[in-house]
Design a protein around this ligand. Sequence first.
Ligand code: SF4
Length: 358
Amino acid sequence: MSSISKPLLQWFDQHGRHSLPWQANYSTGDLQQSSGRSPQGGQGNPANIYHVWLSEIMLQQTQVSTVIDYFNNFIHHFPSLTALADASEDNVLAQWAGLGYYARARNLHKSAKIIMQDYQGVFPDNIEQVVALPGIGESTAGAILSISHNQNHAILDGNVKRVLSRYHQVKGHYGQAQTLKQLWVLAKQHTPNTRNNDYTQAIMDLGATLCTRSNPDCGRCPVQQGCQAYQHNTQAEYPNPKPKKNKPSRSIAMLIYQNKQGQIYLEKRPSKGIWGGLWSFVECKDSSQDIMRTIQQFDASAHINKMLKPIKHSFTHYHLIINPIIVDCLEQTHGFQSINQLKVGVPTPVNKILAQLD
Ligand code: SF4
């Protein structure tokens, strides 16, 4: 075992997280119905691969504390892989709404259909087949098969990148190919042949609970003896920050068409592009000419009621400034919905606007 895996596994037995809803040994009534082959690893109740897969996708951009409620709700609505494959995309997106990065939900849904069709509803246990599913990279595939089947795979999620960057004082940002390659080599070197499932969970737990982004709790860290950043007091320098680039801003208008009954109009966005497949207000360029033209095309007798406060929403590569405008429609009724009866997934900024309308 390596200088990380041995002390880490000892620490995990005492201090790791063992009762997350998607882990082995955790059980509730309806969680038992899920589909997936019985794993070989772990003790007691084996981890259900459908639950592990779902949790790993949710955890890609989101912390455990946020994921737990979404996970339980999702499993309640789609208790098995079959139920997920049979659901409509709108329903899947509605249960995902608020977690963000909606491509993850669309890919989950697509993958469930592929598994039903190509693998007779059984989640594949071969890493090449898992990586070939939409939305699953090498690290996520490794984590799924390690945790559910105790297969021997390394992982390199955000937590592991942080731990290894500090432990070895790895230079460069992991967005750069050379640095990423070096981290993968280290991840593979430290991954043990035995108890692979526990190690995978343990190194994620270490990054999430002790080797945190700011103020790592080195005093309680099981691997502090070999940690270069701890030895040289350089924890704050690793991982090296991403080279700075100023994000550009883009401005749009969102038109909140409202009819006489107080209902609003939402349209389904194309499945490709931002917020793909979610429902949103009609949008246009933020110029008075474009706004008036778009309103006229929708309803010639409509008029602007008022402008709401702009909302800033940040994506990875740019900031979006949304100017919401309430537009009163006199004639239109088709396609309008009552706010308190909405059953579709909407993007976070649209949710914020809806809250202002209540
Ligand atoms: S000693 Fe500190 S910096 Fe090093 S791995 Fe542990 S928590 Fe992270």
